[in-house]
Design a protein around this ligand. Structure first.
Ligand SMILES: NC(=O)c1ccc[n+]([C@@H]2O[C@H](COP(=O)([O-])OP(=O)(O)OC[C@H]3O[C@@H](n4cnc5c(N)ncnc54)[C@H](O)[C@@H]3O)[C@@H](O)[C@H]2O)c1
Length: 276
């Protein structure tokens, strides 16, 4: 197993789901981990699952708020004194006024037509119902937040000459286009950021990669309509959703020296659902 003894990490959105599994994997490999989440209670609940919670840190942080991100990384620096690993995992698929309600209503109506054997006339649409603030709310977390955290991490790594590793949580939706419009757009942009940043910081020995999970059994996944989950699972050749710890295993690989020559890559972990 990869060893991260002596290393420190930040995991955003570590209060549940894939982020929580990443925290557990990194801590088990020996890293000290700072768990950032909107909710301090869920971040603390993740810490409570670890063998030595007192070695780690839980912080409330909205990654879409650049000042909150700067303050959180200052707290991490104060507690740990260095940063080796950033997992940009915090993400959301929906926000207010983003057309999700209308899209789900139309999806149900179209599925009902199909179930009755009728030719479908209902269009499943989101863009025409999406307001500016709905669009921004998802980009603000998934893309701006990842940038704010990457920048804060790089400032610490550059200061100390740390050959760190940054891992961005993308999605196989980048390849399939299946998912909410702003979500898919944000994840595709995150892959672009991964590649540009990987080139930019390679001379410092800092690596930047992305993981592209397929449908994974988390609270986020369970918030979408059951029919949609069923159709996603059916399209996976391995025949099931991923477990969060299966995605965390890819993150652990990219965080560790096992992947010392890997940068700018997208590690696809999706049960064969689609290929990059
Ligand atoms: N579950 C899947 O099928 C799947 C597939 C592909 C990619 N992903 C990506 O993996 C990541 C984790 O997904 P998940 O399914 O575990 O989601 P989840 O909703 O179960 O957990 C996400 C966590 O991020 C936190 N969070 C949300 N907005 C935040 C913000 N602004 N600042 C800080 N924390 C915030 C939430 O509080 C939550 O604890 C996301 O980036 C998601 O897009 C998930």
């Amino acid at each position: 197993m990869a060893s991260l003894i002596g290393k420190t990490a930040v995991v955003t959105g570590g209060g549940q789901g894939i982020g929580r599994a990443c925290v557990q994997a990194l801590a088990q490999a020996g890293a000290r981990v700072a768990v950032l989440d909107l909710s301090i209670d869920s971040a603390a609940a993740t810490l409570a699952l670890l063998t030595h919670p007192e070695r780690h840190l839980a912080l409330a942080c909205n990654v879409a708020d650049s000042q909150a991100v700067a303050a959180s990384f200052a707290a991490v620096d104060q507690a740990f004194g260095r940063l080796d690993i950033l997992v940009n995992n915090a993400g959301t698929g929906t926000g207010p006024h983003d057309g999700t309600t209308e899209m789900y209503e139309r999806m149900a109506a179209r599925n009902a037509q199909l179930a009755r054997g009728e030719a479908p006339t209902v269009h499943v649409e989101q863009a025409i119902f999406m307001e500016d603030d709905g669009w921004r709310s998802v980009l603000a977390v998934n893309l701006d937040g990842a940038f704010y955290c990457a920048r804060a991490a790089l400032r610490l790594m550059a200061r100390d000459g740390t050959a760190g590793s940054i891992i961005n949580m993308a999605s196989s939706a980048v390849q399939t286009g299946e998912g909410p419009l702003h979500y898919v757009t944000s994840k595709a942009a995150l892959v672009g950021m991964t590649r540009a940043l990987a080139r930019e910081v390679a001379s410092r020995g800092i690596r930047v990669n992305a993981v592209a999970p397929g449908p994974t059994d988390t609270p986020l996944m369970r918030s979408i309509p059951a029919e949609w989950i069923a159709s996603l699972a059916k399209a996976v050749p391995l025949g099931r959703l991923a477990r969060p710890d299966e995605i965390a295993a890819s993150v652990l690989y990219l965080a560790s020296d096992e992947s010392s020559y890997v940068t700018g890559s997208v590690l696809v972990n999706n049960g064969g659902a689609c290929f990059f």
